[in-house]
Write a protein that binds this ligand. Sequence first.
Ligand code: PLP
Length: 425
Amino acid sequence: MLERRPDGVLAVGQTVSLADVARDPSMGTPSYVYDLDAMAGEARELRAAFEGAPHLVAYAVKANSAAAVVKTLVAEGCGADVVSGAELLLALRCGVLPDQIVFSGVAKTDDELDRAVLAGGAGIGAIQIESVEEIARIAARAKAAGRVARVSMRINPGVDADALDTHSYIATGHDEAKFGVPLPSVADALDRLANAPELRLVGVGSHVGSQFTSTDAYLASARALFGIAKDVRSRFALSFVDAGGGFGIDYGDGCPARPADFVRATRKLQAELGLGDLALYTEPGRSLVGAHGTLVARVIQRKISGDRRWTMIDAGMNDLMRPALYQARHRIVPVVLDASAPVRPYRVVGPVCESSDDFGLHDLPDGELREVAILDAGAYGYSMASRYNGRPLPAEIFVRGGAVVGKNARRPPEEWVEDRLRAGI
Ligand SMILES: Cc1ncc(COP(=O)(O)O)c(C=O)c1O
């Protein structure tokens, strides 16, 4: 866990000081520091909520694709939800069994489908069908491979976007959304599946959005999904229902529902609707890793003009895009706290030449401040990072058992320059 020590230093598990990480040239800043033990704990807590019933926690690799993170969750019995051929390859390289992989995405290429169909002895656990039109293409790849591919039908329950209570960019279950088979097209999809001997429908699924802080929208989607599942299983031998991901975390403004609450409520509904014999799949990303990653940044400059105060740091929107993209707020605190220093609101901004490179106003001490910690940055942080403005990707530091057990060092600027020069013209 990330804790403030009595000496005022923020540390992972009391022993890995974020100040040491920041000031060690082999790590430095900007650096993501991940608490692998805490991530494993999240997976254990979530899996316990299934009380031994058949299930799969398919970790959404897109949230944090560091192999050390994926392997930590695999060791806790998680599978993987992947959304590209590369994520599929990574999951397999991290030891995820092909059976425990579901592949979502509205525009899977033939190459990616081939990787999914040919993985292991029988292909992956399920290719999520995201449109009626995609069925023929998947069937053609399975036929070309001489295999029967397991598929799941991702439905779009068409829930009201406002009822989803999340940012519109991460709402995925309303009519306008590009994801999933719309309800009016389900019957057509099932007819096509019934006439596709190369495909075996093993599940139905939905994923309606992300960062849900209550179970309401998730349960509304599950109810629609389970209604469909009851009809579908009269024609197809289903083995699972996949209620998706979306469990929120507390970014500082509260998140009453724990991931386990989502699972318990969904299992109860599943039983009430007579589907308790089917395995329950979930696809959590953020909730397993989000709270257990901290972005450590060095203070480069402070600026005061009248009652406006800025703190410029060496981490920016290229390292953590969420504030710029979703207007998301992350708590920002000093790495070393001098409790006697007067505190005032400072606008914390990054080095990128965009006004959207802004982490918002945060109460920070006046005077000397060497480093800050951007909290709850373990999900959709590094995985969305870029090298905009020629800024190298940040470092990643992996902590387990109170020690640094791995580093993905920051790339030297020269690497970006060589990449830009690569075309050789
Ligand atoms: C299909 C699918 N499953 C799972 C997830 C993971 O969502 P979260 O990180 O909110 O749990 C996403 C996120 O976008 C998704 O698109």
